[in-house]
Design a protein. Sequence first.
Lengths: 313, 118
Amino acid sequence: MKDLFAVAMLSGIYGLLSASLFVTMDAVDVAFTEASVGAGISTLLMLTTVAMTGRSENTVRHKPVLALVVVFVTGALLIYGTLDMPYFGDVQAAANLHVAPRYIQDSFQEIGVDNIVTSVLASYRAFDTFGEVVVIFTAGIGVLALLTFTRRPKGDTEINSLNDSMHEQYLIVRIVSKILIPFILLFALYVQFHGDFGPGGGFQAGVIFAAAIILYAMLFGMSVARRVINQSFVQLFAAVGVLTYGSVGVASMLNGGNFLDYDVLSDDPVAGQHLGILLIELGVGIAVATVVIIIFFNFAGRIGFSKREGNKE
Amino acid sequence: MMILGLYNYWIVVVLMMIGLYIVIAHGNLVKKTVGLNIFQTSVFIFYISLGKVDGGSAPILAEGVNLYSNPLPHVLILTAIVVSLATTALGLAIVVRIKEAYGSIEEEKIQMEDNKEC
């Protein structure tokens, strides 16, 4: 396929399809994340990149026959390897016998949270999740370092106001989404705080929250959105999110427990767990939402910049 | 029947190889990123399919349900998806910078520019 626009849209559809595949395999939390990330945000980022780099692809391939041979040999070896694997849906598979039964049987007494995925994510494997949040934060810093302007070019406001007036055409879309945005934000908060009982949690809530703000920025123009959402404020909050997570860990150490051991946060271990999970999910939500907003604003801010550089040449 | 019970792995392998082929054979950097994404998703599907238990339900405790799917792969993949978003964004940011520096995102042209400078 030569048209990269179509490629980006197809990859969005692929994301949505794999999300429905996850639902059929009982992974509702994962499907939730994949639907918002794969079908939403990453398609959007791909489209902004395509807008900057051009829609068409050079059709020349590097040695396609050789690549096909490599791919077929590797694939055949991998399929040969699967012959030793446990069958699909096997209860006795090695992966299902190690720690999983303990999580399923004991997590309610120990953590007091209905959603086992949340209790494993935020309590048993909290240290892991902390690392993951730091990775996301680092990626946000990386995008900032790569794409931020060091100086704002002159005539920037003029071009932006031109863009804004162009948006007047989409009056119906604007009004409808203006009504929808508060509900999307509300839904994000619901997902955030309902993660204990149903599918949801900080990661999904962060992405949905950021999606609402991105929708606003797309429809009302970047200059308006920049005025509404202060960029340095967002950057500060990305750090606040990670710090919230880390300081919960430090707080439990100060109370005499291990790092991220919430039992000591309150007199009752289960209440302590609840408090700990609530706080770190909040930290995750803030960090993810702000990093996604940072990434989008830097990508979109670059579009005008690349075009102007191109005209100069 | 015996061997058909492994079909989930075959789907994973096919998707993974599609991703690998795109990464090897296409010179366009945006397409390479799409290929990497497909590769990544195949690994996600591999993990989730490992955790699936026949007749099990989603791992949210409820009355009257005794068999749950394995929650551990779900946790690992849930965080991996968000990390994949972050890394994809970083990769695309590098693609944008390459476009600005070289005026192209095709591998051959970038290589030609590099050779000229040497």
